[in-house]
Design a protein around this ligand. Structure first.
Ligand SMILES: Nc1ncnc2c1ncn2[C@@H]1O[C@H](COP(=O)(O)OP(=O)(O)OP(=O)(O)O)[C@@H](O)[C@H]1O
Length: 369
């Protein structure tokens, strides 16, 4: 798929802008703090209804404005889509072909994007929260069912934590705790089984890509560290049994602590190269290659799930990659994946790519082609 046109109203430092894009490579060139990332971010938000760099939607709205609007025309293999996201202080709503979607989970996934930005190194080095966010965003855009279960899980978790806090002080109902625990077990199992399957599929591609980028020297492995025992031969009911048992065992401790101690909200991912943990032992280069392999694997996974390549957003990363990694990335996307690149300087970008690209100059929120 590719994005033909983008219109922004009051998004970050863009009052009003309308852009038509090249089917393949689009480069945004400009000095620091001019609005290059804001363009990539707007495409990301248009697709996922969430920013990659802030959880506060208010920050996306132009200063002093009441709302922001992002509109995009997406071309797919056999159809074309009009999608629009409106953000206001009251909330956000998404429209597909002019029709407002009742739930955002029904809107997300109409367009698919993969973003690769310098912060993605945190996927390897950062806290488990960063990796869970990665899992939820990426899996969410290819599985509506996942988004639905995740949203419900988070709701029940909030209620359960609230109740546990009350029980901690000798108030509240233990019967209610059992009801919420039962609800949570069902949802936790749904979330867990999908995350496990997603990581298994992602691993297949990431391992191959990492093998190529490291010139056959390294074997990358990604594991889903679930709070319950999950493996190939565990079906949904076995996973539920596992959760049930642990919640029984932890019941009194959770009441004492006033919080849910266990579940998908505590899960993590682990990366290893040649059987050694990358977080602890990986060099800067290996961590970078791991992040790159993950992103490229995502492109393949989305293609295999939906039969269309996603749109790739490369924020300030191309010139950061050495020649070998850069050419590997460019080979992967060539002619298949519409790509948006931001850079302060074109000198770090492969010449052949530049020759085929549309170049946009960005200066203080104004764009010229
Ligand atoms: N909500 C907002 N309303 C208006 N302007 C904003 C808003 N949020 C950020 N900005 C402005 O956007 C600019 C930053 O844009 P952006 O992050 O896209 O920079 P960039 O061109 O990618 O720079 P760099 O190369 O440093 O990454 C800053 O000038 C900032 O003041």
């Amino acid at each position: 798929m590719y994005i033909k046109q983008l219109t922004l109203r009051q998004f970050r430092n863009y009052k009003k802008v309308e852009l038509s894009f090249h089917k393949q490579v689009n480069v945004f060139l400009g000095e620091n703090a001019q609005g290059k990332t804001n363009i990539l971010e707007s495409i990301f938000v248009l697709a996922l209804a969430k920013s990659h760099r802030t959880s506060k939607d208010k920050e996306l709205i132009g200063w002093g404005e009441e709302f922001a609007r992002i509109h995009g025309e997406i071309a797919k293999k056999t159809s074309s889509l009009d999608i629009e996201l409106i953000l206001s202080v009251k909330g956000k709503k998404g429209k597909i072909n002019g029709l407002e979607q009742k739930k955002l989970s029904e809107y997300v996934g109409a367009a698919n994007v993969v973003m690769f930005a310098p912060e993605d190194l945190n996927l390897v080095k950062g806290s488990p929260q960063v990796r869970r966010r990665f899992l939820d965003m990426e899996l969410g855009q290819i599985s509506r069912v996942y988004l639905h279960h995740l949203g419900m899980y988070q709701k029940v978790l909030k209620q359960r934590n609230h109740l546990l806090k009350t029980l901690q002080f000798g108030k509240g109902s233990k019967e209610m705790l059992d009801i919420l625990t039962d609800q949570m077990i069902v949802l936790a199992a749904e979330v867990t089984i999908r995350r496990y399957g997603f990581i298994k599929r992602l691993q297949t591609w990431a391992e191959q890509i990492h093998h190529d980028v490291s010139r056959g020297k390294e074997k990358l492995e990604i594991r889903y560290l679930s709070s319950t025992d999950v493996s190939e031969d565990k079906d949904l009911s076995k996973i539920k049994d596992g959760y049930y048992q642990t919640y029984q065992e932890l019941r009194e401790r959770e009441i004492q602590r006033g919080v849910t101690l266990f579940g998908p909200h505590r899960d993590d991912l682990a990366f290893s190269i040649n059987e050694r943990d990358v977080q602890t032992y990986g060099s800067q280069g290996q961590q970078r290659t791991t992040a790159l392999a993950l992103k490229l694997a995502e492109i393949e996974l989305i293609y295999s799930e939906i039969g269309e390549y996603p749109i790739l957003l490369l924020d300030d990363v191309l010139s950061e990659l050495d020649d070998y990694r850069q050419s590997h990335l460019l080979r992967t996307i060539q002619g298949r994946v519409q790509t948006f690149v931001t850079t302060t300087n074109v000198s770090g970008i492969d010449e052949q790519t530049l020759n085929q690209a549309a170049i946009f100059h960005v200066s203080e929120g104004t764009i010229t082609k």
